[in-house]
Design a protein. Structure first.
Length: 547
C-alpha cells in the first residue's frame, strides 16, 4: 500500500512538471477579437509573451498586404506575487481587411518562439457607403487650345460630405503635365455648403498651366487618397473605408506662333485697357484739352486686365512724356481675379513745370487674340494740357528800418560862469524826457504789431493746406499748397524753398523704391513762412509802422 502511494506521488509530480513545461512552451501566443468580419471592419490583434522584449521586437510589415494596420501599442510589465516574479510583454494593433475571402494572419517569431497563424473570414458589407457618398473630386479647364506663352486655368473642387475629423492619412497629388509649367494660383479656398440637405465642406484650388512650345499635351488632374473611419471604435463594428479617386485626363493643343505677327508676342483671349484722368481735387477730366497752371497736379490711373497671362508676362507700360512735365509713378499693383484673369493697376501723378501746350501720349498695346486668331490693338487716349503760368504776387517789402538820429557830442569849454550850467542842465533834462517818450511809443508800437499779427485770421487756403497735411494726401497737399502760394506774400527765395521741399516729397511718394515721406519738414517750413509773412503784413498795415 505504501509502495502504491509512492508510485502515485511520483507519477503526479511528472504530470505536473509536464503541464508546467507545456505552459512554458506556449508563453508566446496571438489572439484576435473576431475571426469573421466584413471588408474594412476593424478588429484587434494581440500578441502576448512572458519574456522581456521591446516594441521593435516584432515585425508587422507582413500584414500590410491584406490588412490596413494601425500603429502598434506596446506594454511591458513585471508582477511579483508571493515572491514569484513574472514578466509580460504585449503588443496590440487594429486591423481591417482590404479584400474578400479567407485571409491569414501570419506567424510571428520572438526569441525562437512562434505564434500560430490565424485565419480570418472576410465577407461583403452591403451597408458600406460608396466613395462618392463620402467625397467627390471634380475639375474644370478654362481652355484646351493655347498659343506659346499663353495660359489656361485648371480649377479643382474637392467635396467632403462626411465628418472631416474621421478622415485619415489624406493626401492630394497635384496635377501633372509634361512639357508645360504648372503653378498654384492664390491660396486654397475652403468653405461650408449644403448639398441635398447634407452639410458638406468644399475645398477649391486653382492652377495656372502655361504653354512653352507648340504641340499636343496630356494633363492629369489631381488625385485624392486616404481613408475614412466609419462606426464606433469603442463599441466595436468600426470600419476603415479606403478612399482613392481615379484622375481624369485632358488633351491640350498648343498652336504655333503666326509667322506674320509683328511686335512683342502677347497672346490672350481677352485684353481690356482703360485709363482715367482726375485733377488735384479728384474730379474726373472728360475734355480732350484741359487747362491748368504750372505746379498743379493731375492723376492718370491705368488699368490693364488680361486673360490667360500671369503678372510676369504682362507688358511694361514705358510711356515717353515731354520734358516740360514731372512724372511720379507708383509701383504697379497686380491682382488675380476670381476668374483667373490678371489685373494690373498703375497710378501716375503728372505736374507741369512750364507753361504752354503739353501733349500727353496715348497708350498702345499690340496683342494676339487667341480666340479670333487675329492681331489687335488696344489704345487709351492721351490728353492735351493748356498750361498757364502761375499768377505772380508781388512780395511786400519789409518796412523801412528805424533811423536813429545820431547825437554828436560837443565839448564846451566854459570860460566864464553864468547861465550856461543851468541851460546845459535844462537841455539834458529835455533830452532825457524826449528819449523816454520815444521808448514808450516804440514799446507800444511793438505790442500793437504783435497783437495785429495774432488777430489776423488764417485764410481758407491755409486751413485747407493744414487739413491736407494732416491726412497726408499728396494730391490734396499739392492743390492746397498751390492756393496758399497764390495768396501768400512770399519772396522768390521762400517760394523756391517750398517748391524744392514739395518736389522731394513727390519723388519719395511716387518712387519705385519704398521711401518715407517727411511731411513734417514741409509743415514746419510753411508754418515758419506763414508767421514771417503775417509779421510783414502787420508792419505795413499799422499806421505806427512809420515811426
Amino acid at each position: 500500500m505504501k509502495l502504491l502511494r509512492l508510485n502515485f506521488s511520483f507519477w503526479l509530480m511528472i504530470l505536473l512538471t509536464s503541464i508546467s513545461l507545456s505552459a512554458y512552451s506556449a508563453s508566446f501566443y496571438a489572439t484576435v477579437s473576431k475571426n469573421k468580419v466584413v471588408q474594412n471592419e476593424v478588429f484587434q490583434l494581440r500578441l502576448v509573451s512572458d519574456q522581456p522584449a521591446n516594441a521593435e521586437a516584432i515585425d508587422f510589415s507582413h500584414l500590410e498586404e491584406n490588412f490596413f494596420t494601425s500603429r502598434p501599442s506596446f506594454v511591458s510589465s513585471v508582477n511579483i506575487i508571493n515572491n514569484q516574479r513574472s514578466q509580460r510583454s504585449e503588443w496590440t494593433l487594429s486591423l481591417a481587411a482590404n479584400r474578400l475571402g479567407i485571409l491569414t494572419i501570419p506567424s510571428f517569431e520572438l526569441n525562437g518562439q512562434r505564434t500560430d497563424p490565424i485565419s480570418i473570414q472576410v465577407s461583403v458589407d452591403e451597408q458600406t457607403p460608396q466613395m462618392d457618398e463620402l467625397i467627390q473630386l471634380q475639375s474644370t479647364l478654362s481652355r484646351d487650345t493655347l498659343y506659346p506663352a499663353e495660359s489656361t486655368v485648371l480649377t479643382t473642387r474637392l467635396t467632403i460630405k462626411a465628418d472631416r475629423r474621421r478622415l485619415q492619412n489624406t493626401h492630394i497629388t497635384p496635377p501633372s503635365v509634361d512639357g508645360m509649367t504648372i503653378g498654384q494660383i492664390g491660396e486654397t479656398q475652403q468653405y461650408q455648403t449644403v448639398i441635398a440637405g447634407i452639410e458638406a465642406t468644399i475645398i477649391e484650388q486653382q492652377y495656372r498651366l502655361t504653354a512653352t512650345q507648340a504641340g499636343e499635351y496630356r494633363l492629369v488632374e489631381p488625385r485624392f487618397q486616404g481613408s475614412y473611419l466609419l462606426g464606433n471604435t469603442l463599441h466595436g463594428g468600426a470600419r476603415i473605408i479606403p478612399l482613392k479617386t481615379e484622375p481624369n485626363t485632358y488633351s491640350l493643343v498648343v498652336e504655333p506662333q503666326p509667322s506674320d505677327y509683328q511686335g512683342a508676342w502677347l497672346p490672350t483671349s481677352q485684353l481690356t485697357l482703360t485709363d482715367h484722368w482726375t485733377n488735384s481735387q479728384g474730379t474726373p477730366i472728360t475734355d480732350s484739352v484741359y487747362p491748368l497752371e504750372v505746379g498743379d497736379a493731375l492723376t492718370r490711373d491705368i488699368t490693364l486686365q488680361v486673360a490667360g497671362l500671369s503678372a510676369e508676362q504682362l507688358p511694361s507700360l514705358a510711356l515717353s512724356y515731354p520734358d516740360s512735365i514731372n512724372v511720379y509713378e507708383q509701383k504697379p499693383q497686380f491682382t488675380t481675379l476670381d476668374n483667373g484673369d490678371t489685373l494690373m493697376q498703375l497710378k501716375q501723378v503728372l505736374i507741369p513745370r512750364r507753361s504752354g501746350e503739353i501733349l500727353l501720349p496715348d497708350i498702345n498695346i499690340h496683342w494676339w487674340n487667341s480666340r479670333t486668331k487675329q492681331a489687335q490693338l488696344s489704345q487709351a487716349k492721351g490728353l492735351s494740357l493748356d498750361v498757364s503760368a502761375t499768377q505772380p504776387i508781388n512780395a511786400i517789402s519789409p518796412s523801412d528800418q528805424n533811423h536813429t538820429t545820431a547825437v554828436s557830442a560837443q565839448t564846451i569849454v566854459v570860460k566864464e560862469a553864468g547861465l550856461w550850467p543851468y541851460l546845459a542842465a535844462l537841455l539834458a533834462t529835455f533830452w532825457l524826457v524826449t528819449l523816454g517818450l520815444y521808448w514808450r511809443l516804440y514799446r507800444k508800437h511793438t505790442r500793437l504789431n504783435e497783437q495785429e499779427t495774432t488777430n489776423i485770421q488764417p485764410s481758407s487756403a491755409w486751413q485747407q493746406l493744414q487739413n491736407a497735411l494732416t491726412t497726408q494726401d499728396a494730391m490734396m497737399i499739392n492743390h492746397a499748397l498751390s492756393r496758399w502760394l497764390n495768396e501768400s506774400p512770399l519772396t522768390h527765395v521762400e517760394r523756391e524753398q517750398v517748391r524744392q521741399t514739395l518736389n522731394t516729397l513727390h519723388e519719395n511718394k511716387f518712387s519705385l523704391k519704398s521711401q518715407t515721406c517727411d511731411y513734417q519738414a514741409l509743415n514746419t517750413l510753411i508754418k515758419r513762412l506763414q508767421q514771417e509773412a503775417l509779421k510783414r503784413s502787420a508792419k505795413t498795415q499799422h499806421p505806427l509802422a512809420k515811426l
